[in-house]
Write a protein that binds this ligand. Structure first.
Ligand code: ZN
Length: 162
């Protein structure tokens, strides 16, 4: 597997893209438009794109699908034909997908020149979750949700603290 380095810098960059995606969900109409005009695709908007070392290009958006609001992550690697399953699972966790590939819809996208992007999509509201207001980490553990506990901060969080 090509090294995938999720360091604090990469995490901050991922958080930037997640924040933008959550604040700017893509409508069904915009998706349809982008299909006929690739210039409008989110992959061409820097706010939706980050590169996780080494060379993993991630395009992330929250988009309206007929079945509901979905997370959509597309990953390609500059020097590889296709990202590995292991890398996909790791990146999906960082982009707050729950349950990995087996819990998502995935498909391959031919980028030309022998490169393939892996796309994954998952309903946003599929799983209840608790996102720590202090560090932004999301947990899907029922006990964490019930007690608003963050395993990253090792702390319980009240609404007042947020
Ligand atoms: Zn936290």
């Amino acid at each position: 597997m090509r090294p995938l380095i999720i360091d604090p810098t990469a995490r901050a960059d991922i958080a930037r893209v997640i924040r933008h995606a959550e604040a700017n969900p893509v409508s069904l109409i915009e998706i349809t438009r982008a299909m006929s005009n690739p210039d409008l695709a989110v992959g061409n908007k820097p706010e939706h794109v980050c590169t996780v070392p080494i060379g993993y290009r991630c395009v992330f958006s929250i988009e309206q699908q007929p079945k509901g609001m979905c997370r959509h992550l597309s990953v390609s690697v500059v020097t590889l034909r296709v990202p590995s399953v292991e890398a996909m699972e790791l990146l999906m966790g960082e982009f707050r997908f729950s349950g990995g590939l087996k819990n998502s819809e995935a498909w391959r996208e031919d980028l030309g020149g022998g490169h393939t992007a892996i796309n994954v999509i998952q309903l946003v509201d599929q799983t209840p979750s608790f996102t720590c207001p202090r560090c932004g980490r999301t947990s899907y553990h029922p006990k964490d949700i019930e007690h608003r506990y963050c395993g990253n901060c090792h702390a319980f969080t009240s609404d007042e603290a947020a």
